[in-house]
Design a protein around this ligand. Sequence first.
Ligand SMILES: Nc1ncnc2c1ncn2[C@@H]1O[C@H](COP(=O)(O)OP(=O)(O)OP(=O)(O)O)[C@@H](O)[C@H]1O
Ligand SMILES: [Mg+2]
Length: 272
Amino acid sequence: MESVTVDPRPPVLVKLGGSLITRKREEERVRPKVLARLCREIASVADQRVVLLHGAGSFGHSGALRFGLNRAPEGGAVPSDRARGAAIVAGEIRRLHLTVLREFVRAGGAPFSVPLSTHARNREGRPVELDAGPIESVLEGGMTPVSFGDVVPDDAWGFSILGADTIATELVPILHPARVIFASDVEGVFGPGRSGQRPLIPEVTDEIAQSLGSEGRTPDVTGGIRGKALAMCAIARFGVDAVLISGLTDGALSRAIRGEAVYGSWAHARPR
Ligand SMILES: Nc1ncnc2c1ncn2[C@@H]1O[C@H](COP(=O)(O)OP(=O)(O)OP(=O)(O)O)[C@@H](O)[C@H]1O
Ligand SMILES: [Mg+2]
């Protein structure tokens, strides 16, 4: 048998925020031009291997909230209602996922869909198991694994949400990526202040992340900006750089994938 050469290049982990690729305040609305451009930016960087994740935006957060998938079942709740809610939300996110796959193919990429719902488990809304094997084998096969925040089985609650920011964090000690890039509809993490005058925080620390409110203007069941900043700090503690950039700035994502010092909020690798 011929031996398969293992590609030694560490992958770059990219998470496209749901706030960026969808209109989060509306229902199941993609931002087609933004999504198409971002797919072209990713596909254009031929010399980097990418693992792509995407959030749910208007395809999931409000349903997850409505069916209470981000919290413990309330006393008296009917388990079959939660299961139906899980099915409905899983369907919504998959509709967005198919659109992402289609746009990435159109952009010249070779995406391979890797849902983690059968390869991950939560307990009380937090991951206890995530098998990255399918992502690794897709990478080794030379395609771009594409996964997404999803509904997963939960040991305590039946089903709950595993957000893509959390998936990114969980994958870091397994895949040892070169860097993790979060792209959203903001230029980074903003400090307190009046709207339009809030200073961008160049380096996110645990203290800053803790101090952020999780409440955004749109429903977010996975921690919003606070959850993202905490995820970035956790990634930095694993010894890997994480950055939040605006995917609305032309070319920023492709530069970040190439490893250039882009404008945004960073959590630089902390010494281990
Ligand atoms: N201090 C802050 N700095 C930056 N953004 C903030 C801040 N506080 C609230 N936000 C809001 O957080 C949003 C980004 O978090 P959000 O979780 O909604 O995006 P996302 O992760 O891209 O989407 P999804 O969770 O659907 O993948 C921004 O759109 C912004 O309006
Ligand atoms: Mg989010």
